[in-house]
Design a binder for this molecule. Sequence first.
Ligand code: FAD
Length: 385
Amino acid sequence: SPDFYNIDALLTEEQKLVRSSVRDFVKNEVSPIIEDCCQKNIFPKYLLPKFGELGAFGPSIPVEYGGGGMDEISYGLIMQEIERGDSGMRSTVSVQSSLVMFPIYAFGSEEQKRKYLPKLASGEYLGCFGLTEPDHGSNPSGMLTHFEDKGEYYLLNGSKMWISNAPEADIAVVWAKNEQGRVQGLIVERGMEGFSTPETHNKWSLRASVTGELVFNNVKVPKANLLPGRDGLGAPLKCLDSARYGIAWGGVGAAMDCYEVARKYALQRKQFDKPIASFQLIQKKLAEMLTEITKAQLLCWRLGTLKNEGKATSTQISLAKRNNVDMALNIAREARQVLGAMGITGEYSIMRHMMNLESVITYEGTHEIHLLILGNEITGIPAFK
Ligand code: FAD
């Protein structure tokens, strides 16, 4: 909820079942601990096997590799419900599913799939995805991380920054240039000599999700760890499509939580001897929140349907990610005001959502870059290159 346009009627029984099981999980396991984790900057790692048991890791990966074998709308609903709890938890799960399991499934060898996917699905392993570098964020094609073929192994050098899950990850899917300058993916394992994952401290956002660097200092990566299926920047971009699709749904989850909290508060809080919900200016905020959430829900459902048919384009995904995260951030800001001073405290989830969404609007392609992707689609002229 809210479901003002009865989008539930468009969902299958299975999709509704998946949603309610994740919603219950978030209510019982995430919501009670998340505020404290964020205040204290703690990553609740013990939840990983529980997320695994729930089926949150790799929902759309085939069952034979430990995944859920579900459709894309189910995947979206899982992301929505987790982000209703916290964007940081959704980030952990998105990275594992869309940015680690997906590339291994889509571009990995049979041996790699059998070795890593079941352990990632169960939450025994945590993975991370290294694309961004200190000097190359919006422009990953300029990346400097590279590897050389040394006959028996690849020698990897360089560094990645702002990597979700990095300090706790067992494996990293790392994007680096080969000797011909083509981008390829490598699976780097914790414990390989010359590989370290220093944590990034003092974030005011996604404080329950751990972020760090990946540093490669002459790391000898076994040849069997190269993802053989695809080379070029299109490979990591394909992973980002999958993650951005999940984020579009996640934004709706965060927005729905902010809306519900603000609505309940407005009905209870009295000023001038009346519930503040009786004032037109508060009603305007709530009415506009509901309108924006409803539009975003329809966008997600249609995009999910296209994705199930294999027809969702990257640009359609950009539009949804950009719109829905911006929508959620605006709703968080408005909802925070409905709560007055109470809105700034950890008694309510709104301020935490608001701070989290400041990262979500930047990562997986910034708000500006997604606009320029759309501009390119409309005009045929790329304004960002
Ligand atoms: P920059 O690229 O330096 O951009 C700075 C500003 O300039 C932005 O507003 C941007 O929109 C604007 N800008 C840049 N180029 C243009 C242009 N041509 N036209 C107009 N405006 C432009 N990366 C990973 O690889 N893996 C992860 O797991 C991961 N997790 C993250 C977790 C967190 C909490 C955060 C904050 C980031 C994470 N990132 C991750 C990195 C994220 O994807 C980058 O921050 C993002 O791509 C933007 O890069 P940048 O921060 O270097 O900003």
